[in-house]
Design a protein around this ligand. Structure first.
Ligand code: ADP
Length: 396
């Protein structure tokens, strides 16, 4: 089976053509500068092709992707009919979606209803869906939501302690993000330890970071909230912050709430604390050269992640497994070591030699550690392709 996985942003569109059973990717690429001019980067194995193609809308971008996929030289399939289904990443499923689903008119309406919750991403995701429907009207399309995995959280985890009318009238609550990654890691962890009933915390640490507490494969709590701004500090996002900080800054600097939120989303996090970079490799290099601001940025990150792990360990009444994934979680040896050092009180012990790994699936805890600690590379595209294949096969 061939599934085309699409992740449409406001001016970009990423794609992968993959086999959901084996995870083999036959081609992948990126359309950029949609609405500006248009550039396509297409990769098959190690071969990379770059083309300037006019992309006045997402429709031309999808058309360019399909054309290159069937191109006699750079393509990997003979005809578009060889694409059995399309899986779309959708940011916000609101309270409408607790799992992936086959797209029909009602689903499109419900995704539109979630636009106020995901004002930047949902319209772009919809453009990707509508563009695919227009050029491949007979191919089944599936929507996979970043929020869906977290819909099993109990009310005590998802409700904010604010007047009920905002929840009842406006759906304001914790949703959580990176759900496709958290779900993939929870499934992989179950396969690796050979159990389905266990308690785990997954640390998705990348440019954006979130943690989730998972019991028997179901999400019980997660660190992001109504938006991806909440939780631990990130590359450029502040993470959790006292709401009065916004009021103070807006009043003192005559700033709009939108501008202040832009600052909290794009100019904060470890970038702001270090004054150097949002990239952990730069922070580690800075810290190694004695830059104390880089040291503080890293220490703050380790500390806040460890605090969430402590909180979720209490919430779950103990854990069996701790997993690290995404750019920093998979590659940041110093980060994993520093976080695990906080967790000695709960019997976490890692093997320093095994922890030297980057980007590989491996158990890094010692045999006598009370918690198994794993590094598991995430694969959101594979999760999207698998959900898509499962739904499309079930509907046959
Ligand atoms: P995104 O949230 O954009 O998907 P990723 O999961 O790709 O981000 O993570 C990107 C981050 O991973 C980079 O900003 C960088 O800080 C971190 N990273 C990548 N390689 C390493 C490494 N070798 N050591 C430490 N951090 C790394």
């Amino acid at each position: 089976m061939n599934v085309l996985v699409i992740n449409a942003g406001s001016s970009s569109l990423k794609y992968q053509l993959m086999n959901p059973e084996t995870g083999d990717v036959s081609a992948k690429g990126l359309c950029e500068r949609i609405y500006i001019d248009g550039r396509l980067t297409h990769k098959v194995g190690d071969k990379k092709v770059e083309k300037e193609i006019a992309m006045p809308s997402h429709s031309e971008a999808i058309q360019a992707v399909l054309s290159i996929l069937v191109d006699p030289v750079d393509g990997v399939i003979k005809s578009v009919d060889e694409i059995d289904a399309v899986g779309h990443r959708v940011l916000h499923g609101g309270m409408e979606f607790s799992e992936s689903c086959i797209i029909n008119d009602d689903v499109i309406k419900a995704i539109k209803k979630c636009i106020p919750l995901g004002p930047l991403h949902n319209p772009a995701n919809l453009m990707g869906i509508e563009a695919c429907q227009a050029v491949m009207p007979n191919t089944p399309q599936v929507a996979v939501f970043d929020t869906a995995f977290h819909m099993t959280m109990p009310p005590k985890a998802y409700r904010y302690a604010i007047p009920a009318e905002y929840y009842e009238n406006d759906d304001i609550r914790r949703y959580g993000f990176h759900g496709t990654s958290h779900k993939y890691i929870a499934r992989r962890a179950a396969a690796l330890i050979g159990k389905t009933e266990f308690k785990m915390i997954n640390c998705h640490l990348g440019n954006g970071s979130s943690l989730s507490a998972v019991k028997n494969g179901k999400c019980m709590d997660t660190s992001m909230g109504l938006s991806p701004l909440a939780g631990v500090p990130m590359g450029t996002r502040s993470g959790d912050i006292d709401a009065c900080v916004v009021q103070f800054i807006c009043n003192k600097y005559n700033m709009s709430v939108d501008d202040c939120l832009n600052m909290l989303n794009k100019k904060s996090g470890v970038l702001a604390l270090s004054g150097v970079s949002s990239d952990f490799r730069d922070l580690e290099a800075g810290a190694a050269n004695g830059n104390q601001d880089c040291v503080l940025a890293l220490e703050k990150f380790y500390y806040e992640v460890a605090k969430y792990i402590g909180a979720y360990t209490a919430a779950l009444n103990g854990i069996d497994v701790l997993t690290f994934t995404a750019g920093v979680g998979e590659n940041g040896r110093d980060t994993r070591k520093a976080i695990c050092e906080y967790l000695g009180f709960m019997g976490v012990k890692i093997d320093e030699e095994k922890n030297m790994v980057r980007g590989k699936e491996i158990l890094i805890s010692t045999p006598d550690s009370k918690v198994q600690v794993w590094v598991i590379p995430t694969n959101e595209e594979l999760m999207i392709a698998q959900d898509t294949a499962e739904l499309v096969n079930a509907a046959k």
